[in-house]
Design a protein around this ligand. Structure first.
Ligand SMILES: Cc1ncc(COP(=O)(O)O)c(C=O)c1O
Length: 289
């Protein structure tokens, strides 16, 4: 049975209107950013790459010494109930799990805890995706974040301060540099194309193992495009024919300008067109399933 359309949030077992969802000020998510999250798109009422997102959620929970809060089947049930009343419209589902509220503020991890489990959904704006697909500008910045970027932690202060520097320079994203290598964006994974070869940095603690990243690699290989996972030096980034940034809600963003210089010929790349078309076809095939 689906829930009422005004109930666009889920909190600890209950579906309710978002404005009514409240957590304690002692919640460790609020006090310490002691929690993890996921963002999952739903196209035409179908959750996209749900299993991959749930697998990453459980890896993030394990990495911060928390246990899964519910089974994959239970998550699917909760998230489907949230999106069902919204029909065929494209939605973005946000879910967050924190270590819950203790009796007082204590840095030490509690031996027992009651996790706070929250989810909400909102419409994906088609016009912003259209704008992105015409090409975005980015800047490079030193990665000031911590060393465990493979965890999808709610501690996003580093990411948002870096993103703001990009916004202040009228750019959509910042591409982050660590020890002379480009790793990822503040909320996206990085790809470059050089001589028709697609390159993305390998998964390690410097970047989030993106669900879109994996799918883009898979689709490029299926389309017969040469694709490899290896480090990308700062110089290679500037010499790239094409640069893309990927994420679940923004898909494959073509970067046409980097630090005010044209990327390649400054136009949308041929390889981007090919992979982006394959991505749209993959999405469309799910709509009709
Ligand atoms: C830092 C970072 N890297 C990469 C990504 C892309 O991950 P996904 O494709 O799973 O959305 C995100 C998404 O929010 C992110 O925050």
């Amino acid at each position: 049975m689906s829930v009422s359309s005004s109930h666009n949030a889920y909190l600890n077992g209950e579906f309710l209107p978002l404005a009514k969802a409240k957590v304690s000020v002692l919640d460790r998510g609020f006090l310490f950013a002691d929690g993890v999250y996921e963002v999952i798109p739903a196209y035409a009422g179908k959750l996209f790459r749900l299993q991959q997102h749930l697998d990453r959620l459980n890896s993030s929970l394990t990495a911060i010494s928390m246990k899964p809060v519910m089974s994959d089947r239970q998550w699917a049930d909760v998230l489907n109930k949230l999106i069902e009343p919204r029909g065929q419209s494209d939605q973005s589902v946000y879910l967050q799990v924190t270590r819950g509220a203790g009796k007082n503020r204590d840095h030490q991890l509690p031996s027992e805890y009651q996790a706070t489990t929250f989810a909400m959904c909102q419409a994906i704006a088609a016009d912003s995706l259209d704008k992105i697909s015409r090409g975005i500008s980015a800047i490079t910045l030193d990665d000031i974040r911590w060393d465990w970027c493979h965890i999808k932690s709610v501690a996003l202060l580093g990411n948002i301060l870096l993103k703001q520097q990009a916004c202040d320079q009228d750019c959509t994203e910042a591409i982050l540099l660590r020890d002379g290598y480009a790793t990822e964006g503040t909320a996206s994974n990085l790809f470059i194309v050089k001589n028709n070869q697609v390159i993305t940095p390998p998964k390690n603690h410097n970047l989030l193992p993106g669900v879109t990243r994996d799918l883009v690699l898979e689709l490029a290989i299926k389309a017969g495009i040469s694709a490899t996972e290896r480090e990308i030096s700062e110089q290679e980034l500037f010499d790239a024919d094409e640069i893309w940034l990927t994420s679940s809600t923004k898909q494959i963003m073509p970067v046409v300008e980097l630090n005010r210089q044209a990327v390649g010929n400054g136009q949308l790349g041929d390889v981007w067109r090919q992979v982006s078309t394959a991505y749209s076809q993959f999405k469309d095939s799910l709509r009709t399933q």
